[in-house]
Design a protein around this ligand. Structure first.
Ligand SMILES: C[S@@+](CC[C@H](N)C(=O)[O-])C[C@H]1O[C@@H](n2cnc3c(N)ncnc32)[C@H](O)[C@@H]1O
Length: 254
């Protein structure tokens, strides 16, 4: 397949050049991951996992995990695997994963050309991945994930709303993004034989920090502003009003 977006390769340059200021594994301990699971993003994921209606034998996959912080947080209570296109990202993830004794099983794979298809999962999710794919690539991504989803399994995509009036594509130094909003992702799911279970706006402190600060801002300042944002509570009406990020959760139809 001709990869138009080349998102995997382009993100690889970010990891190689260490342009990921929020990753400071030397400053993280298990409390960090306990807090992450209590964040809005963590709570929404748990709510979506609960749609499975069972507690045992839940197998979770983060597909496009980057440095895999949420996978590590979820691994405190679930059986979690995670893959990414970039081994540089997984190297960082592995160091973070050490904090909780390597609970997440990591491997390399490509969402647009899946190699590892043996195992099936009840719950597959990712954050900040789909928006970097073209329309055709998004369809391939959903079809590939469907192949490794258990019967009645659930997929959650957490994405940047690239159509938000508040979203300036230049607000962080990121690869090109393509059309992505709640209605569009819901439609993609429905056209691929999924039933929508839940959707909402989401407003993580990381996105808000990037939105507030210019991209040339010193990385240390960015990191501490982000930590302050982390302590603040954003009521749901603000999340919906600005709608910079969103979540769509869907269940595969039989
Ligand atoms: C913005 S980062 C998000 C990382 C992580 N989900 C997070 O929220 O911190 C996008 C990630 O998608 C990964 N990616 C891009 N294209 C991919 C592909 N075709 N297959 C697997 N991962 C891919 C990149 O390597 C990168 O780690």
């Amino acid at each position: 397949m001709n990869k138009v977006s080349n998102a995997g390769k382009i993100w690889g340059e970010f990891y190689k050049n260490k342009k990921i200021d929020w990753v400071r594994y030397d400053k993280k301990d298990s409390r960090y991951f306990e807090d992450l699971i209590k964040s809005d993003y963590g709570k929404i994921l748990i709510q979506c996992i609960n749609f499975l209606g069972k507690d045992e034998d839940i197998k979770i996959l983060e597909a496009g995990c980057g440095v895999g912080e949420m996978a590590i947080s979820l691994s405190m209570n679930y059986n979690v695997k995670a893959f990414d296109y970039n081994k540089e990202a997984l190297k960082i993830c592995n160091k973070l994963n050490n904090i909780l004794c390597k609970k997440v099983v990591l491997y390399i794979d490509d969402l647009l050309d899946l190699k590892v298809e043996k195992e099936k999962y009840n719950f597959i999710y990712n954050q900040a991945v789909l928006e970097y794919f073209t329309h055709e690539e998004k369809i391939i991504c959903i079809k590939n994930l469907k192949k490794i989803l258990e019967e009645e399994g659930i997929i959650v995509f957490v994405c940047q709303n690239t159509n938000s009036t508040y979203n300036n594509n230049d607000f962080i130094n990121q690869p090109n993004v393509y059309n992505c909003n709640i209605d569009y992702v819901k439609k993609l799911f429905i056209e691929n034989n999924f039933e929508i279970l839940f959707y909402d706006g989401l407003y993580t402190s990381k996105v808000f920090t990037n939105f507030l600060l210019p991209k040339y801002m010193n990385e240390n300042i960015k990191y501490y502003v982000w930590k302050i944002m982390d302590f603040l509570y954003f009521p749901s009406f603000i999340r919906r009003k600005y709608n910079l990020q969103f979540v769509v959760c869907a269940k595969i139809l039989k």
